[in-house]
Design a protein around this ligand. Structure first.
Ligand code: HMH
Length: 207
């Protein structure tokens, strides 16, 4: 299955994750600030873990994907800086522990290191695409959330996600049926973890 078919095949779960009520609350302004800040601190940890995952993926990527993935890695490092600025502005302590859903997500990403490249790349595409789609569903965002929504829905980010889509399609094209099936399983798991991550942000801090 190729990337577009994966989304179609998991349509209901895809829409539940990328249309989670957290995002509706960002859009209409009913999201408690504490829930947003809880999410911000946890997502900073997630991005730090993502940077490790992506670094290791680059080490085994084919020549044709190096530029794309290295560009994405540099963007993740920028993103960490951006989270740090936002946290400083809001006086948030970033030295928090991972909440269980975040820990489970990290464990899954680390486990992908033992999976074939097309499987891990499909997972990377899926998590970035889900993130883009989620923030699009929160657009334009209410009040103080607007700048965040704008930040995660830029044309540059959308361009990166379509680059990942082409790369994942190329990798899946040359993969055997077993690897394709594992890529489908990884996609389903990413969608589940994305849903749990939003859920965690709402539950995790008294919201
Ligand atoms: C939970 N998924 C989550 N956080 C992110 N920052 C991304 C995806 C995109 O990097």
């Amino acid at each position: 299955m190729k990337t577009a078919e994966l989304i179609e095949h998991h349509d209901a779960a895809w829409r539940e994750a990328s249309g989670h009520r957290f995002l509706g609350a960002v859009r209409d302004g009913t999201l408690p600030e504490r829930a947003f800040e809880n999410w911000l601190v946890q997502d900073h940890l997630f991005v730090a873990d993502g940077l490790v995952f992506q670094s290791r993926l680059i080490a085994r990527s084919p020549r044709r994907d190096q530029k794309l993935l290295i560009g994405g890695l540099a963007a993740l490092e920028d993103e960490l800086g951006w989270f740090e600025e936002q946290a400083a502005r809001r006086d948030l302590d970033l030295a928090a522990d991972r909440q269980p859903a975040n820990e489970a997500y990290r464990d899954f990403l680390m486990g992908l290191e033992d999976e074939p490249y097309p499987v891990a790349l499909t997972a990377l595409w899926a998590l970035e695409r889900a993130y883009l789609e989620s923030w699009r569903n929160a657009a334009p965002g209410h009040g103080c959330y607007r700048e965040f929504v704008a930040h995660w829905t830029t044309p540059e980010f959308a361009g990166y996600v379509s680059g990942l889509e082409s790369a994942a399609d190329a990798a899946l094209d040359s993969a055997g049926p077993g690897d394709r099936e594992r890529a489908g399983d990884a996609f389903a798991e990413i969608i589940r973890l994305e849903w749990e991550f939003w859920e965690m942000a709402l539950d995790g801090d008294g919201a």
